[in-house]
Design a protein around this ligand. Structure first.
Ligand code: MF3
Ligand code: CO
Length: 254
């Protein structure tokens, strides 16, 4: 069942999603060569709890941390650790919280210091692929229109899209129906309706789309160990088109 949020519920979701975006901004400001991802994780948890919100990932299916910190060829679900980031790495931070019963979910991949032009292009492409999907998220379209737009955008720039992990509905649960794949056929899947809230989250690889889960049962890496980037926003389908909920108070993205 796909839940449709009332205007009051959407207002609550805007609050939690604004919070998660502000916290993401703080984390991104803190990223630099020499910092460990466990330090970013601790900061994230403090900032979430200070706002009377709860980390969404911690304890979810036994996940041990507040953020996912995925470096270079790690696609998603990297577990924060004491290894320090180095100049030239790319870091994906995925952050979720719940506030007053509603979930918020955001991810960004950013450079650590100066990175290669190849890496910069990948980050830019993952942002563009998100917006291609976002611009298809109009009521009366279908989920497959989002999926096909993401895939078309990514592949037209020469990147592959991960198949094994997908976007999702979000609301009173972190993962709700429908699934929102980053690949698929236009005019397929569930019809989009006003009040739906979706996490649209393309994961792009420089090499092949295949991934592999490491022995810790969480860390997902590209099979060919090529670089991977992730860009996620929580989005509402409104009468006036798609709205990004993961924004700062002034309407800016991070
Ligand atoms: N944003 C990711 C998702 O939507 C992160 C989940 S991490 C987990 O699935 F630990 F909570 F699984
Ligand atoms: Co998500």
């Amino acid at each position: 069942m796909i839940t449709l949020k009332t205007p009051e519920e959407l207002q609550k979701m805007r609050e939690g999603n604004r919070m998660v975006t502000e916290i993401m901004a703080r984390l991104l400001d803190t990223v630099r060569p020499g910092i460990a991802t466990s330090e970013l994780d601790q900061l994230a948890e403090v900032l979430i709890r200070r706002r009377n919100a709860k980390p969404a990932f911690k304890g979810y299916r036994g996940y041990p941390a507040t953020i996912c910190a995925s470096v270079n060829e790690v696609v998603v679900h990297g577990i924060p650790n004491d290894r320090v980031l180095r100049e030239g790495d790319i870091l994906s931070i995925d952050l979720g919280l719940s506030f007053e019963g509603y979930f918020a979910d955001i991810a960004r991949t950013v450079p650590v210091g100066q990175v290669s032009v190849q890496a910069q292009r990948l980050l830019e492409a993952s942002r563009k692929a998100f917006f291609a999907g976002f611009n298809a998220a109009w009521a009366h379209n279908r989920v497959g229109d989002i999926s096909a737009a993401v895939q078309g955008s990514a592949e037209s720039m020469g990147y592959s899209v991960v198949r094994d992990f997908v976007g999702h509905g979000i609301g009173m649960q972190m993962h709700e129906e429908p699934q929102v794949p980053n690949f698929g056929e236009p005019k397929s899947g569930a019809r989009l309706r006003v009040g739906m809230t979706l996490a649209i989250e393309p994961m792009l690889n420089i090499g092949g789309f295949e991934v592999q889960v490491m022995d810790d049962h969480w860390t997902v890496v590209t099979r060919d160990r090529s670089l991977s980037a992730h860009y996620e926003n929580t989005v509402a389908v409104t009468e006036n088109g798609p709205e990004i909920l993961t924004m700062l108070a002034g309407g800016e993205l991070v």
